[in-house]
Ligand binder design. Sequence first.
Ligand SMILES: Cc1cc2nc3c(=O)[nH]c(=O)nc-3n(C[C@H](O)[C@H](O)[C@H](O)COP(=O)(O)OP(=O)(O)OC[C@H]3O[C@@H](n4cnc5c(N)ncnc54)[C@H](O)[C@@H]3O)c2cc1C
Ligand code: FES
Length: 278
Amino acid sequence: MKNDYLPHKAKITSIQKESFDTNTYKVVFDDKKIKDTFDYKQGQFAEISVLGVGEAPISITSSPTRKGFLEFSIRNTGKVTRAIHDLKVNDPLFVRGPYGNSFPYDELKGKNLYFIAGGIGLPPLRSLINMVMDNRKEFGHVKILYGAKTPDEVCFKKELEEWKNIPNTEVWLTVDKPCDGWGCSVGVVTELWKETNVHPENAVAILCGPPIMIKFVIARLAESGFKDIDIVMTLERYMKCGIGKCGHCNIGEKFVCIDGPVFTYNQVKAFPTKEHAF
Ligand SMILES: Cc1cc2nc3c(=O)[nH]c(=O)nc-3n(C[C@H](O)[C@H](O)[C@H](O)COP(=O)(O)OP(=O)(O)OC[C@H]3O[C@@H](n4cnc5c(N)ncnc54)[C@H](O)[C@@H]3O)c2cc1C
Ligand code: FES
């Protein structure tokens, strides 16, 4: 009988430090068949576990266009993530999934895209960003607007430089507290509206970040003329099973683990609780 809760064993093949509390883990499944057939979509998540400790839902930050491995950017916030941060290259990590819906892809073709992220909100968007970069000609202008507390907390520093050099692509950074030599903006992510045009024509905005950031970004997008349906976001919710069985993640009739984590703003507005109403 198939066991939905059975994770697959994988090996950590590299660890990239992103900031003082966040690392990106590249993992490869031990079983060649799983490695070759594990199929996921941009924006999905997996349940990652350390034996004897527990599991946590983590977005798959690698792009489905890049095969043979998975990447997870993990912030050390609690029991499981602390145990993952204690692991080293070649240590085992257990993965079950992929779960959840995904960012629209075909619907975004030909559109101008605004990726707007705060802090650890960039990793969940990176899967789609790299998928877009790997098929760059299929999309219009791309702007990445990214805010972090300090320059040290900016994730994917090398990749942000690479994205900036791709034609028809812009990267705008801001931090709350700059350090010596910081050459970009200072202030919250909506400050970037002063630096660059954010225009709704033929555009979709894709957001991920803390609720307070999402709230202010949505307000600025609305002021700029974006329709609710053209604002897409990925939500976090306390989860257990990841497969619609335990009821930990539901908001009204919706289960964030199966109906989400990706929602348009008009879907979020229809949620019965104010918690995610922004
Ligand atoms: C779809 C999805 C994608 C995610 N992607 C990422 C990712 O890419 N990278 C990443 O670093 N994190 C991600 N997270 C968040 C991550 O799953 C949580 O931070 C998770 O709780 C970490 O597990 P832990 O055992 O290390 O921490 P925990 O021990 O669970 O503690 C983490 C925090 O959650 C709080 N908490 C614990 N229990 C509850 C509860 N019952 N209700 C509310 N709060 C509680 C704790 O107080 C603490 O502040 C994602 C979450 C979801 C739902
Ligand atoms: S996490 Fe169990 S129902 Fe969604």
